[in-house]
Structure formats: C-alpha cells, structure tokens
Design a protein around this ligand. Structure first.
Ligand SMILES: O=C(O)CCC(=O)C(=O)O
Ligand SMILES: [Fe+2]
Length: 276
C-alpha cells in the first residue's frame, strides 16, 4: 500500500506492513503514562462509590461498560474529547485511510475487572467484527473509501491474561477471502457477529498505547485474570467520504460549547463541526 497523504509518519514501515498483513498494530505511546493515569482515574470515577452499577450500564464477566443516560455508549465529554483529537493517532489513521479528511467516532468505554471464573476460556465475548458497513448490504467493497480503522486506548498496563482485546492475526484477510467467495459475504457468520471458527491472540500493551485494528478484524473481549483493571476507550476513524455515509457530519447543535472548546481545532474537524 503506497503512502499518498502528507502527514508525519508515526508508525515505522515495519509497523505499517504489520497492520496490512496482520490486520492490527499497537501504537506505542499514543499518550504519556501520566495522561493515561489521569484518564484511568477519570473513567474509574464514573463508577459509583457504592458499586451500584446503574441499570442502563452493561456488565458481563467482569467487564463494565458505562453508558450515557440516553442509552448511548459514546463518551464525548469535555474531559475525554482531547483523546479523540489525538494528533498522533490522527496521523496514523490518515496514513492508513489515505486521506487527511477524517471523522472520529465511537467513544465507548470498557473496564475489565479481574474475574476468576470460566477458567477454560480466554474470551468473554464471541469473536465479531464492528465494520462501518451496514448489515443489510450484500457484500463489502474492500476499498479505502469503505475502510474504518479503530480500536482502544489502554489506560492501564495490559499484561498477558490481563483482559486485552483479542484479535486473529491475519483475520481481516480471512474475512475478505470468505466474503469475496460468497455473493452475500456480508451475511456470513450472522453478519460476522458470531465467528466461532478462528483462533485469537491477546493484544497486550502498556498504559498509553492504542491497539489499532482493521474493521474486518475479528476481535473480542477477554477475561482479566490479573489484579489490575483494564481501562480502555474505543475510537474509530473513517474518511468523511466513507462509502456508506459513516463520515457524514452531525446534526447542527449536536455539541455544546464546552465540548467544542475541549475538542480543539483538530477535534472540531474530526467531529464534523468545522470543515476540513
Ligand atoms: O473490550 C474489549 O476488549 C472488546 C470489546 C468489543 O469488541 C465490543 O464490545 O464490541
Ligand atoms: Fe467489538
């Protein structure tokens, strides 16, 4: 894959090759250790001191997923928006998506606590993909315009068996191959939401790293067998001209002044508020 955009190259050539060949790469030091500790504390402070998990949050196998009151998982708060506007990750995404005109999205959070049960399984969630391709289309286009790259910040050190996200090395190519061979490839394996025939590995990392995945990468949450909680925020990037409209601008008035101030100039473009 040739580099056509004029942005600082954050990943080494070997890391870029790894992304295209294996379908994922760990972006080291996307934020500093100090910043990671700040965000870890901020996210853990969302959990009520009483440990009464609000009804509308999700909680499964030690994995707590905070939710907004409206039932939406996007944490685009003034406190967390600087993470959306991270320049290093923007440059990585621009290089991979071959465009500087991007949108950032998702913003969901995941806190995985130690869980000693279900010892014979590493995964706590079925392998799946979260592609920016509607589930009612018959097949993927496999073009850069359709691509979405995304994954999660680790705000804590993620040691082996520490709840790291699981991926299938080269799995994006398997999804492509199987889908191309079928007229309704998008619908295989229950729209690729239940992938049970592939083996996965854990992405370990340090606080401040970002695990970045191709959107056709089968992945899933894993059990955390360690004392340290795994604290993460998920973000994705697409081109503003994304084939299925995932890069469209938000409704006017979607963001308030505090959010727009916190996002900064780059963040406002990534949110679709300011033009590129
Ligand atoms: O928490 C994780 O490591 C992965 C979660 C995930 O992929 C999802 O909830 O869609
Ligand atoms: Fe997922």
């Amino acid at each position: 894959m040739t580099t056509v955009v004029d942005v600082p190259q954050v990943l080494s050539d070997a890391e870029i090759t790894q992304f295209w060949e294996q379908g994922y790469v760990l972006v080291k030091g996307a934020i500093s250790k100090e910043e990671a500790a700040y965000y870890r504390d901020h996210i853990l402070d969302l959990i009520p001191r009483s440990l009464e998990i609000p009804e509308h949050w999700h909680a499964s196998s030690g994995r707590i997923k905070p939710m907004r009151p409206e039932g939406d998982h996007t944490f685009d708060t003034p406190e967390l928006l600087p993470l959306w506007a991270n320049e290093k990750l923007y440059h990585v995404a621009a290089q991979l998506l071959q465009s500087t005109r991007l949108r950032a999205m998702d913003g969901s959070l995941g806190i995985t606590l130690r869980n000693d049960s279900d010892r014979d399984r590493a995964l706590s969630q079925t392998l799946h993909i979260d592609a920016s391709v509607p589930r009612d289309v018959d097949n993927f286009l496999f073009t850069p315009e359709e691509l979405q790259v995304g994954g999660c910040y680790y705000f804590t050190d993620v040691l082996p068996d520490g709840g790291g996200i699981h991926v299938v090395p080269g799995g994006h190519k398997i999804v492509e191959e199987e889908s191309r061979a079928h007229p309704q490839g998008r619908h295989l394996h229950q729209d690729w939401k239940r992938i049970t025939h592939l083996e996965s590995v854990e992405v370990t990392g340090e606080a401040g790293d970002f695990a970045l995945l191709h959107h056709l990468m089968p992945h899933g949450a894993s059990h955390n067998r360690r004392p340290i909680p795994r604290v993460a925020q998920f973000l994705r990037w697409v081109r503003e001209d994304q084939s299925h409209g995932a890069g469209k601008a938000p409704a006017p008035g979607r963001y308030g002044k505090r959010q727009l101030d916190a996002a900064g100039p780059l963040g406002r473009k990534l949110l679709g508020v300011d033009p590129w």
